[in-house]
Design a protein around this ligand. Sequence first.
Ligand code: PGA
Length: 250
Amino acid sequence: MRDMTERRLIAGNWKMNGTHADLGALGAFARLADEMPGVDVALALPSTLIFAAAQLAGDTPLAIGGEDCHHEVGGAHTGCVSAPMLAAAGATFTLVGHSERRTDQGETDDDVRAKVEAARGAGLGVILCVGETEAQRDAGEAETVVARQLSGSIPNGAPGDLTIAYEPVWAIGTGRTPTIQDVAAMHDHIRGWLSYRFGKHAARIRILYGGSVKGSNAAELLAVGNVDGALVGGASLKSDDFRPIVEAAG
Ligand code: PGA
């Protein structure tokens, strides 16, 4: 049997983009997932689109997920969405700890860990995002910061359905990417950390690279050891931009 990490995952993240009018494109994403059976294809979507998107994806292999979840199952938290709500709407996974939430909403590793637990409790897979700022990289702290985020954000116990997305904050939406050597070093570092923490179970955990992935750089990034897929923002909004990334993973 192929090791799980040999099967790549390409996940899109629409962020705060898209309305019902944009879901006409979902068919093209679903077809892409169908055409590329060797690659797992997923879209993390705004909460308002999840139910309809999951209906449109239907029985196709396209997975629909959330971009965040609250750490509680319900209650007086105006404007928030819980993990069971995502699951009931048809999501099968959720992102947690994206740097935009860590920055915009001030989420800490403790907050993120509680969200991972909530997502697990609702039966959702988790894509946990980590990554250093430019100042932290310049100070030579990138690996320490990422290790601290991993140990602070991953709950005790077995890993469950866990994926790690390494996203250097300074590479997100900027068109800049780390050097291939830096990507390789960080992914090796994360793989080593996971092996230390989870022993043989670490082999099931995929490590995605995220930050300005596009059709023109996907093949090079996906060829790096321990890069098991990609988390894609801007280039996931249109299926024509997303397609070459998925094809590069095939
Ligand atoms: P980007 O975003 O591909 O637009 O850089 C990646 C992300 O934030 O997940």
